[in-house]
Design a protein around this ligand. Structure first.
Ligand code: FMN
Length: 183
């Protein structure tokens, strides 16, 4: 196996963190890798918010179902399906046609784009020896979370946030996977 396959095969979610910081350089590399993910029609229909402020992370942890590791990790990335930006840039050209934010198709485009970017970020973080866990719990109280993070209306309606906490791992348990089937 090559290094990339070994990295992928060793993935596991991390929910305990040391207090070692994630450097600006590391964060930049993680987000840059995310931006290199494939994206439908190259529209990049997602945005990411990096929460590092302790009080903000504390509130996010509560909104996500009291998941304490959100507060404990040094950087909490909130990945958002984002049709608001596209709505802004296409407002004039699309005047006579359906807008970017009103179709199920574009909801799918944005959620898939956000997930692909988040997964690239997750792999990039793991490649640097950092640990990650996705937090679907950020959607539990989406209206309150959107207000807290000052997300625009299109975010609120279409938010599908996948979140990762890049940091160093202390321990981990490998999750069970069905064996791949090769016939
Ligand atoms: C979209 C998504 C949302 C998730 N939400 C949570 C969550 O809110 N809290 C949590 O502890 N783990 C969450 N997870 C992590 C999964 O529980 C974990 O990936 C799964 O159990 C497999 O374990 P592994 O990642 O260690 O292989 C989420 C994973 C994904 C992909």
């Amino acid at each position: 196996m090559n290094d990339t396959l070994t990295l992928l095969m060793n993935h596991r979610s991390i929910r305990k963190f040391t207090d070692a910081p994630v450097s600006g350089e590391q964060l930049h590399a993680i987000v840059s890798a995310a931006q290199m993910a494939s994206t439908s029609s190259n529209v990049q229909a997602y945005s990411v918010i990096a929460a590092t402020d302790p009080e903000l992370k504390k509130q996010l942890a509560v909104l996500a179902g009291n998941q304490a590791y959100i507060e404990e990790c040094p950087v909490f990335l909130v990945w958002c399906a984002d049709l608001y930006r596209l709505k802004q840039v296409t407002a004039e050209p699309l005047q006579e046609r359906e807008s970017y934010e009103t179709t199920t198709e574009n909801f799918v485009v944005a959620t898939v784009d956000a997930a692909l970017a988040a997964q690239n970020a997750a792999i990039a973080a793991e490649s640097m020896g950092l640990g990650i866990v996705y937090i679907g719990g950020v959607r539990n109280r989406i209206a309150e979370l959107s207000k807290l993070l000052d997300l625009r209306s299109s975010f609120i309606r279409y938010s599908a946030c996948a979140s990762a906490c890049p940091t160093r791992s202390l321990d981990s348990v490998r999750a069970f996977r069905w064996n791949p089937c090769c016939t």
